[in-house]
Design a protein around this ligand. Structure first.
Ligand code: ACO
Length: 428
């Protein structure tokens, strides 16, 4: 379909092309609006703004659909591994067995941190937040990869992606070890991606941690479900930074910072804090929901609502089933899961949530799974960042590979003081 959109402004009409995506999503291309009319569009929070075209991830928020490179998330969750999904997200198709094996060995070869990078950890206070450490260390990593500051060919791209995906896991585990005053564990070359991370998190000298297959599977699932999610806050941040031609490490470090906030990746922590608060306060679920609805504070039902999904987030459905299964097989009884189930039940019947189309999002059940794996609360958002790394890299690559790419630079409508003269300090 090729059609145009006519806009009438000050008695003149202007035609703009309509762009159509492969799933029939429609957008009015207003890139020449200001040149032609002097007007810009204003869209607080970008709810109606397509910032780019992208071939990575497709979401239909009304139907609750999520696909990476066209493949439904449910199929990837059932059959894929995080490493395979990472390859798919970054390079656009499922890898062959050879490609997958080569990429896996690259991850193994790149799993160690440079020894002098380890000493950077001494500079952080013992209770430093692991998200602060993670973003600082990803940036610091770029100092050790001078040949990757400019990526001129595909083989450098593959090496850079492998380094980042592999080392982020080592840095993440090391930041946890630092925070609890334990020696960092070296990665184990015989272990696969998820096992290796769990080993570095939980092994101590002379006592090797061997994860059960259930725990490894749950981590694999968690990482797959977080691998990409189109133009969310952190991914848009990565693209924004990348558009200035900043290197992959700097761009992804910025993504970590954007992810940290409680309205984005930090929500997985906020959900557990909320469930804990409900349990400890002795308040019942209905009372808590009433407080959220009363809006006398900025209280929100954390893990509910989404800018794009106006239906169930497909990831939350998968995680809910996985949480049930995992707790049963590990014989873990988590009272927070019962509160979460009850909250979901109450909210889904309540007109406040129904009218606003607020459904559980990915963070609502992910924390329960992470808790059952023994991951401490302050590492939850770090886990999200590890999972999102392929998506950030793929989006960075899309910007990098676009020869016509322009720097991202939104405009604004100024609402500050009109023209005024400078007043010397003695006259103020
Ligand atoms: N609890 C209570 N009310 C809510 C919630 C919530 N979780 N989410 C939205 N609302 C209400 C808003 O108050 C608003 O009501 P109003 O129209 O009467 O003013 C309406 O629903 C629309 O909300 P917005 O804030 O405009 O929605 P927006 O798209 O900007 O925000 C967001 C989306 C940030 C995710 C929001 O739903 C929220 O804060 N959720 C809780 C935090 C959370 O779980 N974040 C994780 C998101 S997923 C992720 O980033 C991985």
């Amino acid at each position: 379909m090729s059609h145009t959109c006519r806009i009438e402004l000050d008695g003149k009409s202007h035609d703009f092309p309509v762009v159509e995506g492969v799933e029939n999503e429609l957008a009015i291309d207003i890139s020449v609006l200001r040149d032609r009319t002097g007007y810009i569009t204003l869209d607080d929070g970008y709810g109606n703004t397509g910032s780019c075209t992208s071939a990575i991830t497709y979401i239909d928020g009304d139907k609750g659909i999520l696909r990476y490179r066209g493949i439904p998330i449910e199929q990837l969750a059932a059959h894929s591994s995080f490493v395979e999904t990472a390859w798919l997200v970054i390079w656009g198709r499922l890898p062959t067995q050879d490609e997958l094996s080569q990429f896996s060995s690259m991850l193994t070869r790149n799993e160690m941190m440079h020894e002098s990078l380890r000493s950077h950890f001494q500079g952080f206070p013992p209770n430093a937040h692991p998200m602060a450490i993670l973003s600082a260390m990803i940036n610091a990593m770029s100092c050790y990869e001078p040949e990757m500051m400019e990526i001129e060919d595909e083989s450098t791209m593959v090496r850079a992606a492998a380094r980042l995906i592999s080392k982020v896991r080592t840095v993440a585990a090391a930041s946890y070890k630092m925070s609890i005053g334990q020696p960092m564990a070296y990665p184990h070359p015989e272990y696969h991606y998820c096992e290796n991370f769990l080993h570095m998190m939980f092994s101590i000298p002379y006592r090797e941690y061997i994860p059960t297959p259930e725990v490894t599977r749950a981590l694999n699932l968690f990482l797959i479900l977080h691998a990409d999610h189109e133009q969310n806050c952190s991914t848009s941040t990565v693209r924004m930074v990348a558009s200035s031609r900043a290197n992959m490490f700097a761009s992804c470090a910025a993504g970590v910072c954007a992810l940290w906030g409680p309205l984005h990746g930090g929500a997985n922590v906020a959900v557990i804090e909320m469930l804990d608060f409900i349990r400890n306060s002795g308040m019942n679920v209905a009372e808590y929901v009433s407080r959220v609805k009363a809006r006398d504070s900025r209280l929100r039902l954390m893990g509910f609502g989404h800018r794009v999904y106006k239906n169930f987030d497909p990831r939350s459905k998968i995680l809910k089933a996985a949480a049930d299964e995992m707790l049963e097989t590990l014989h873990v009884n988590d009272p927070l899961l019962d509160i979460a189930r009850e909250l979901e039940e109450v909210a889904l019947k309540d007109s406040y949530f129904v009218e606003r189309k607020l459904y559980p999002n990915v963070d609502f059940y992910s924390g329960i799974i992470l808790r059952a794996m023994g991951i401490p609360l302050n590492m939850f958002t770090v886990m999200f960042a590890m999972g999102r790394m392929p998506g950030w890299i793929a989006n960075w690559k899309e910007i990098h590979d676009d020869p016509k790419g322009r720097i991202y630079r939104p405009r604004q409508i100024y609402t500050g003081s009109p023209l005024q003269d400078y007043t010397p300090i003695e006259k103020r």
